[in-house]
Ligand binder design. Structure first.
Ligand SMILES: [Fe+2]
Length: 236
């Protein structure tokens, strides 16, 4: 939510409030029984009705909490509203949904469908964005969704890519000029099938100045038995 807000030019307290909303938006789920939240199969109508109470419940909890501003309250109550009015709990449509709530709806769905949950395996980023684009006419603000897609990039931060040189790396930062040439931290060689000393490679640069390689594919970490997240934050 913060990365998305920043990419839209939000700063300071506005950005912070959006981030707080992102952290707290699902707090109402603590009132939903675990067996419903974690049910692997399809939910019954009655169970889905319980789930649908979480934005209103979360809103009530935050109203009773000191120091929570209007933005997190709005995000918590309205992150499941849809532009065509088919969302919940207030069935808001169009302009009645604030831009912060529209942003939160996009970020929340992206997170939900890319994450591994007990009831589904997470989709790769590109697949998730494609699906969201298909849904966008009814569900999401298309302008905001386009901005989100630029923010996430073709190779999102945290994803695993294979380079022409045979190395695997984790995307650590987008390149403002080209979505195809992010900064990576390489840490594995597919030639020796083993770990190598982690090193930052900036694909926007030429060979000799920290670049000089090319992405040939996005990779599924399980295929190589590696965890790219481990190399996301360490300073090489
Ligand atoms: Fe939610």
């Amino acid at each position: 939510m913060i990365a998305f807000g920043r990419s839209l030019g939000l700063t300071g307290d506005e950005l912070r409030q959006g981030g707080i909303g992102g952290l707290l938006h699902d707090i109402g789920k603590m009132k939903v029984p675990d067996e419903v939240l974690n049910k692997p199969g399809r939910l019954t109508d009655a169970e889905f009705d319980l789930i649908k109470q979480h934005p209103g419940d979360g809103h009530s909890v935050l109203l009773e909490t000191d120091g929570i501003g209007p933005v997190p309250l709005d995000i918590t109550r309205h992150h499941h509203e849809r532009l065509d009015g088919s969302g919940y709990p207030d069935k808001l449509a169009g302009d009645a949904i604030s831009s912060m709530a529209r942003m939160a709806a996009i970020v929340d769905v992206y997170d939900a469908i890319t994450a591994d949950r007990c009831y589904h395996k997470g989709l790769p980023a590109a697949e998730a964005l494609r699906k969201m684009w298909e849904w966008s006419t009814n569900h999401f603000d298309q302008k905001l969704l386009q901005a989100f897609m630029r923010c996430v990039g073709i190779y999102p931060v945290g994803s695993l890519v294979r380079l022409e040189s045979g190395r695997l790396g984790v995307v650590i930062e987008q390149n403002d000029n080209s979505l195809l040439t992010p900064r990576l931290r390489v840490f594995f060689s597919t030639k020796s099938n083993g770990y190598i000393k982690p090193e930052v490679v900036d694909l926007g640069r030429k060979l000799g100045s920290g670049g000089g390689d090319r992405i040939v594919s996005a990779e599924v970490p399980d295929k190589w038995g590696v965890d790219p997240q481990r190399f996301l934050l360490v300073d090489a």
